[in-house]
Design a protein around this ligand. Structure first.
Ligand code: SF4
Length: 303
């Protein structure tokens, strides 16, 4: 049984429910006693949906899809969040750890290339148990941790061996922008420190077998309108500070949602000149590994 092998990690995550410091908010609430922190997650696992998803990067979605699980709640409050009914209005259904393990096995049975956990940070105590239960029952595909990048390095460290692939957002470069749009002024510092931990855990590159990812890291950056200065700083950091094996997914699919109407500068799609500018930054910084995503179903390799 795998539980023995991962006992220290399971103990660490179980303890978080009594004094939750899973994410950088470090609320310290006792979720088992009914207290609720910034994210709104309690002691029960809540899931909005699970399905085969074809809109991720080619090595993640492949031909048969990525087995994606969308968790309710979030530790970020992005003004433009496209999943805000799930993340901020908390839509979802309570399920057991055993139910989640069965969902993972069902997704593999339906052909999924991996299990893709979307914004699972606040439910890691239950998720880790479910992964181990599913592994004991024969789950053989990789686990993808699909994160906003607002993570504590310690949390990432305790996921060693449980997570094989990271889809890791780099959203903001400056504290003021992270505060304005996501109420997370410490996002850049945690984003960089946790990324170092990710690279130390799964390496900077992406391993594939027959075109499908088996382990590693993809960094994602969603280009926001009027914020090309942030994009430039992040791409420069990737080019100059990170190992050259890193893969980047540069995403152009932003559309205004949620409270974007309160911010006129992001209350529109990207202009053609902003797209061209972002593409020229890739060339300027010599970034060659990865993809550009125009929309959910159209990824082209960076050339
Ligand atoms: S996961 Fe939720 S309760 Fe825990 S520290 Fe983060 S915001 Fe607070």
């Amino acid at each position: 049984m795998l539980e023995g092998l991962y006992q220290e990690q399971m103990d660490y995550f179980a303890g978080q429910l009594r004094a939750c410091r899973l994410c950088p908010r470090e609320c310290g609430v006792n979720r088992l006693a009914g207290e609720v922190g910034y994210c709104g997650a309690g002691s029960s696992l809540r899931i909005a949906s699970y399905c085969l998803h074809y809109g991720e990067e080619p090595p993640i979605s492949g031909r048969h899809g990525s087995g994606t699980v969308f968790f309710a709640h979030c530790s970020m409050r992005c003004a433009y969040c496209q999943n805000y009914p799930i993340s901020q209005l908390h839509h979802g259904n309570e399920v057991s750890i055993h139910d989640l393990a069965r969902m993972m096995l069902d997704l593999e049975h339906r052909g999924a290339h991996n299990i893709n956990l979307v914004t699972a940070t606040h439910f890691l105590p239950m998720v880790v148990e479910a992964v181990l239960e599913a592994r004991n029952e024969g789950l053989s595909i990789p686990i993808v941790y699909n994160t906003s990048g607002y993570e504590r390095p310690e949390t990432v460290r305790y996921l060693r061996g449980i997570i094989q692939i990271y889809l890791y957002d780099m959203r903001y470069w400056s504290n003021s922008t992270a505060l304005k749009y996501s109420d997370a002024p410490d996002y850049p510092a945690f984003n960089h420190k946790a990324l170092s931990e990710v690279i130390g855990t799964v390496g900077p590159g992406l391993s594939t077998r027959r075109g499908i990812a088996t382990s590693g890291l993809i960094i994602r950056h969603l280009v926001l309108p009027s914020l090309l200065v942030e994009t430039e700083a992040i791409l420069r950091y990737i080019a100059e500070e990170l190992p050259p094996q890193v893969h980047l997914s540069l995403m152009f699919q932003y559309f205004p949602a949620n409270r974007a109407t309160e911010f006129p500068e992001i209350n529109r799609r990207l202009s053609q000149s902003e797209r061209s500018c972002a593409l020229s930054l890739l060339s300027q910084f010599g970034i060659r590994n990865g993809w550009v995503q125009e929309d959910e179903l159209s990824s082209v390799p960076i050339t």
